[in-house]
Write a protein that binds this ligand. Structure first.
Ligand code: GLU
Length: 511
C-alpha cells in the first residue's frame, strides 16, 4: 500500500507529477574513486540521461571511523573529469538535500521514530560482551553468527526501566519473511529470504548514527530515487532494504545490480591495487573519454556488432545508445589493450579540434618542461608540438610517451654542434633541397639524401652521422630520415641552420 507522504509534498510532486527518472551515485568517502566506482556512477549517469532523468550524488559518511579527509572532493573531481555531470548533490544544488548523510541525522531519527511507533523496530540493550559471546558460540558450533533477536521480546515495562536507567542501546529492525522476490533489472528474479540467514539488523547505532542500510533506504525514498543501479555485492542487502520499504509503507525504487568488474583473466580487481584508481589513470595520461569507453566495453549495455571497428563514442552517443537490458549479468572483463586503443583514438580526435589541439600542445609543453628541468634550450614552439602530435597519434598511446628518452631529440636542441664536415656550398645545396621537398616522409627523405650524397660526392654514412649530430646532438638514435620526418621540415631546417658554422653563413630563404 502506498502511503501519502504529508511531510514531503515536494517529493510527491517530483515523483508523481513528472514521473522523472532519478538515480544516484552514493559513495562512502573512504578512499579514491576506482574503476568499479566509476562504472557504477557511469551506468547510473547513462541511464538517467538516456531517459532525460537526473543524476544525484550523495555522500554516505555515516561510518565516521572510516572517513578519509578530502576524499569527497577528490571523488567529485574524478567524476567531473570523466564527464559525469552532477544534477544534484553537495555543492551542486537540488531541493531534496542535504546530500551528505552526516547532515541528515535529524531526518533519520524522525524516521526511526516512525518504525518504533509502528512496531517494526525495537530497542536493543544487548551489550558488546553478550554479542561477542553469541559470535563465539556460533563459531564453536560452526554456525554463521547472527543476533538471536533477544530484545524483540522485551516488554514495554522492561524497556522503560532500562531507558530510565540510561542504558545504552541501539535500534534494530524486525526482519520478516519475504513474500515477493526481488525483480532485478539485470539479474531477473532473485529469491533470498534474508530472515533465514540473518538476525535483526541494527538500523541506528548507540551513537545515534544510522547504519548504511537504514540511511540508504530513507534517503533513496526522500530523494525521490526511482532506480538504484549498484554493484552486485549489494544484492543481498537489497532484500533487506525491500523489507524496510515495506515497514515504512513506501514504494521501493527499481533495482539493478551490476556484475563484478574483473581482470581480463577473470581474477578479481583489488581495491587496494593503486593502479585501478582513477587518479592513477589520469596521472599516467589517459584521456577521460577513453577510460569511459574502456569501462563500458567491459560491462555491456550496447548493441554490439561482432567484428565492428573500434569506435570512441562521446558521452552523448553513449547515453543515446545505452540499453539497460543489454547490461551483462556475467562478470565484466576489462581488456587493457582496448584502453590503449581508445586512448589513441581520443588523441587523434583531440587533434582535430582547434581548441582541444591547443590544450594538448600546452600539456606537452608542461610535460617536457617537467621532464627536462635543467634545459633552458627546449624546442617548445606550438607548431613543432602540433606536428609531433600529428605524427604520434598513429603511433603512441599516451602523451607521456613523447617524453621517453628515445624521443628526447624532439625537445632538447643540440648545443654547440657545428656542421664542419660539409663545405659551405654543400650545406647550401642540402638546405635548398630540404626546403624544396613537399613530401617530408622518411622514405622520400632517404632516397633524396642518398642521391644528394652521390651528386655531391660525399660518403653517405659519414654525411648521415654528421646530420644526426646536427639535428639531435646524438651519436646514435633513430634513423636520420625518420628523425627529420618527426621533427618536420621547419624544425629540421632550423636546426641545420643553427648548426652552420658562422663563416658559412649567411644563407637566405630564396637561395
Ligand atoms: N555507500 C555505498 C557504497 O559505498 C552505497 C551502495 C549503494 O549504492 O547503495 O558503495
Amino acid at each position: 500500500m502506498l502511503r501519502i507522504n504529508r511531510r514531503f509534498p515536494l517529493l510527491q510532486c517530483l515523483r508523481h507529477a513528472h514521473n522523472q527518472v532519478r538515480v544516484r551515485f552514493a559513495p562512502s568517502p573512504t578512499g579514491h574513486l576506482h574503476l568499479g566506482g566509476l562504472r557504477t556512477a557511469l551506468y547510473n549517469f547513462l541511464y538517467a540521461r538516456h531517459l532525460g532523468g537526473k543524476f544525484l550524488l550523495r555522500i554516505e559518511d555515516t561510518d565516521q571511523t572510516r572517513l578519509v579527509p578530502g576524499a569527497s572532493e577528490r571523488l567529485v573531481e574524478d567524476l567531473l573529469w570523466a564527464g559525469i555531470e552532477i544534477d544534484e548533490g553537495p555543492g551542486f544544488g537540488g531541493q531534496l538535500g542535504p546530500y551528505v548523510q552526516s547532515e541528515r541525522k535529524l531526518i533519520y531519527s524522525k524516521a526511526i521514530d516512525e518504525l518504533l511507533q509502528n512496531g517494526t523496530a525495537y530497542r536493543c540493550f544487548c551489550t558488546e560482551r553478550r554479542l561477542d559471546l553469541l559470535r563465539k558460540e556460533a563459531l564453536r558450533t560452526r554456525q554463521v553468527p547472527r543476533y538471536d533477536n533477544k530484545c524483540r521480546h522485551l516488554t514495554e515495562k522492561e524497556v522503560d526501566s532500562l531507558l530510565v536507567k540510561g542504558t545504552p542501546h541501539c535500534i534494530r529492525f524486525k526482519l520478516t519473511d519475504h513474500e515477493e522476490p526481488l525483480e532485478d533489472l539485470i539479474y531477473g528474479r532473485v529469491h533470498h529470504n534474508v530472515s533465514d540467514t540473518e538476525g535483526d539488523p541494527v538500523v541506528m547505532k548507540s551513537d545515534q548514527f544510522p547504519t548504511y542500510h537504514f540511511a540508504n533506504v530513507v534517503d533513496d525514498h526522500l530523494m525521490g530515487i526511482t532506480h538504484v543501479l549498484r554493484g552486485v555485492e549489494w544484492q543481498i542487502s537489497t532484500t533487506k532494504h525491500l523489507l524496510l520499504y515495506k515497514a515504512f509503507g513506501w514504494q521501493p525504487p527499481k533495482f539493478g545490480h551490476l556484475p563484478l568488474l574483473v581482470n581480463a583473466d577473470g581474477t578479481k580487481l583489488s581495491k587496494r591495487q593503486g593502479d585501478i584508481g582513477i587518479q592513477n589513470f589520469r596521472e599516467r595520461g589517459f584521456f577521460p573519454q577513453a577510460l569511459v569507453n574502456y569501462v563500458v566495453s567491459a560491462g555491456g549495455g550496447f548493441d554490439h556488432k561482432a567484428n565492428a571497428k573500434l569506435q570512441l563514442l562521446s558521452m552523448e552517443e553513449l547515453y543515446e545508445k545505452f540499453q539497460i537490458e543489454r547490461v551483462n549479468s556475467h562478470p565484466s572483463r576489462l581488456n587493457p589493450e582496448l584502453l590503449e586503443d581508445f586512448n589513441r583514438l581520443e588523441l587523434a580526435q583531440r587533434l582535430l579540434g582547434k581548441e582541444s589541439r591547443l590544450k594538448l600542445v600546452k600539456q606537452v609543453q608542461e610535460l617536457v618542461k617537467k621532464t627536462y628541468p635543467q634545459h633552458s634550450n627546449l624546442d617548445l614552439a606550438e607548431d613543432h608540438i602540433a606536428d609531433v602530435l600529428n605524427w604520434s597519434s598513429q603511433r603512441l598511446t599516451l602523451l607521456q610517451d613523447l617524453t621517453s628518452s628515445k624521443l628526447s631529440f624532439l625537445w632538447v636542441k643540440p648545443s654547440d654542434f657545428q656542421l664542419k664536415d660539409l663545405t659551405a656550398h654543400q650545406l647550401n645545396n642540402m638546405l635548398k633541397l630540404l626546403r624544396s621537398l613537399e613530401d617530408f616522409h622518411k622514405d622520400k627523405l632517404n632516397t633524396e639524401l642518398k642521391n644528394f650524397a652521390q651528386r655531391e660526392n660525399i660518403k653517405f654514412p659519414q654525411m648521415m652521422k654528421t646530420l644526426r649530430a646536427a639535428l639531435s646532438g646524438l651519436k646514435e638514435g633513430p634513423g636520420v630520415a625518420e628523425m627529420m620526418e618527426i621533427l618536420g621540415q621547419t624544425v629540421t631546417l632550423e636546426r641545420l641552420q643553427e648548426a652552420l658554422p658562422k663563416e658559412k653563413l649567411p644563407l637566405k630563404q630564396n637561395q
